[in-house]
Structures are given as C-alpha cells and as structure tokens.
Write a protein that binds this ligand. Sequence first.
Ligand code: NAP
Length: 317
Amino acid sequence: MAANAILVAVDGQSADDWVQQLRLHAPGRDIRRWPQDSGNLAGIAYACVWRAPHGLLATFANLKAIIALSAGVDHVLADPKLPQVPIARVVHPDLTMRMVEYIVLHVLLHHRHQRRYDAQQRERVWKLHEQPPASEVAVGIMGLGAIGTKAGKVLADIGFQVAGWSRTQKNASGIEVFYGQGALDPFLNRTEILVCVLPATAATDGILNLRLFRRLKRNGALRGAYLINAARGRVQIDADILTALAEGSLAGATLDVFAQEPLPASSPLWTHPQVTITPHNAGDISPRLLAREIIAQIERIERGEKLLHLVDRRAGY
Ligand SMILES: NC(=O)c1ccc[n+]([C@@H]2O[C@H](COP(=O)([O-])OP(=O)(O)OC[C@H]3O[C@@H](n4cnc5c(N)ncnc54)[C@H](OP(=O)(O)O)[C@@H]3O)[C@@H](O)[C@H]2O)c1
C-alpha cells in the first residue's frame, strides 16, 4: 500500500494539539505522533515538524514532503541528513498579524517612552518627556517578506518613515526599499528604530553586531537608536548588544529570540534596564487556526499540485 500517513514531530512542546486539530480537519486519516505512535515508518508520507531531531526524517523511506510548523525553517535545514523532498513553511494571516502586533507594540513602547514612564510610576514621578511625531522617526525593517512588509505598512499608516531591507528588489507601497549587501549601510544610516525579521541563514548569522549598531542613526528625542529582534537568536550577537548599550550606539533593545532558548538565567540581558525580554512569543502559532491549511497543503500534493510557501534550500529560507 502506498504511504500516506501524516506524522507530527515536535520537540520541546506537546504534539497533542496538532494531532487533535489535524484529525478534526481530516477525519479517518492516519495521523501519528512522534515518538510514541510513529508506527511503521515506511507508511509515513508527510512530516509536520518543529525542531525534530536531526536524522529522524531520513528514516522515513517514503516521505513525500516536509511541512515546517513555523515560518522559519532554520531548524529543518540544519539537519545534515535532510531528505530531498519539497519543504513548505507557514505563511498565515494569523501568524503575520501576531508578529505585526508585536513589532508595532514594541516600536510604540519605545517611541512613546513607555518604559521610562513605567519606571517613573514605580517612583511616583510625574514628568513629561519630549514626544517626537511619528513622521520624524525612521523605522527600518530588515526582512521584507510576509511579516516585514505587513508590519512596515501598518507602521507607515501610523505615520512613521518606514524603510525595508531585503535580498532582492521589490515594491511595497509606503515603504522605501533597500536591497542587497551594498544597500545595507545607507539603510542603517537612515534608521533609528531597527526591526529584524530576517530568516536565520548562513548570510544572516550574527548580522546584528556592533559594526551594524554603530551605523544606525541616533534620534536625540528618543535617546538613540533602538533594536527589536523578532527573527531568530542566531542573527544577533548578545555581547555586541551589551557593548552597544554601554557605549550608546543603542538606547535599548527588545529581544524575543536567543541563540540559546530559554535564555540562561546567567545572561546579563535579563536584568539590563534598557532591555525588554520576551520568551520567543512574538508569533505564537495556533494549531487550531493552522491545521486546516496544513491538511490543504497535503491535499495539494495528492492532487499533483505544488506546495504553497515552498522553501528555497539554496537561499536557506
Ligand atoms: N519570533 C517569532 O515568534 C517568529 C515568528 C515567525 C517568524 N519569525 C522569523 O521571521 C522570519 C521572517 O518570516 P517571513 O515569513 O516574513 O519570511 P519571508 O517571507 O521568507 O521573508 C524573509 C525576508 O528576509 C529577506 N532576506 C533573507 N535573506 C536576506 C539577506 N541575506 N539579506 C537581506 N534580506 C534577506 C528576504 O528577502 P527577499 O524578499 O529578497 O527574498 C525576505 O524579504 C522567519 O524566517 C523567522 O525566523 C519569528
């Protein structure tokens, strides 16, 4: 019999929700949970994965496709034994909007001095700080894909001067587009609030480093440049963020992602007064909202159609 089972392999969180929701949208289908009910591995055709152990996918001899249960696929592509089957990732309005909410929230927290007012409240201090208009504040978004483009449009609607940086040329209304390595410095030189939503690839590893922070424009009214990293921990150098904060190239940072997650308790970032830490929650993914799309992807393959949101292995995203 031809392989047609769906296997859910997620690490660090429960697969139960995914399995339950997938079964709801595909009643009667053979949907399995790794590792406890993986069954006969030769029957597995589709693997839905989040941080599956390296080498696992290579044990499925009849695998037809890999569906990453995430927007970023660094965790899939890092597998040295990755089978040569198509890989799709999540692009979904719910995920996009959650990311947009996070980005807009943290841009505004900085823009409106909210962290300073929080500190003042604890001391019962009533003191106003200069509030520049959004139209005089330059936000720069690294990564103009599904998430970066939407976030840029919302920020432009609020009135910010928005620019984005991508690998290839593109048009995005309301956003000044910079692309390619040669355009990075001009993009940074005009940017006061830097938002990173790049994928983690060989080309973006450690890109958020001291050299880059020193090229940002400092906004006097906002006491310097600000960093928001909602991409992946690998793209930032924690020690360089601390140096940039100490020397003033950065006025503050919001960090959702870290090279090691959970962020170790010993990290000085936890208690730094200019740093806001969140536990990789910027774009939480809901199995309830996404299961239908995943089943639709599998049905697409079964009809002989191409997967949507295919990953380009060479580009790494
Ligand atoms: N923190 C969270 O909870 C969370 C949740 C969701 C996603 N994320 C992260 O956000 C990332 C972006 O997601 P997405 O769906 O927006 O991805 P996407 O649609 O693939 O967009 C990626 C963007 O990055 C650009 N890019 C890639 N490599 C580049 C390079 N070397 N130089 C310049 N630009 C480069 C791409 O340029 P082109 O347009 O030219 O291809 C594209 O504009 C994901 O990969 C993931 O790591 C994090």
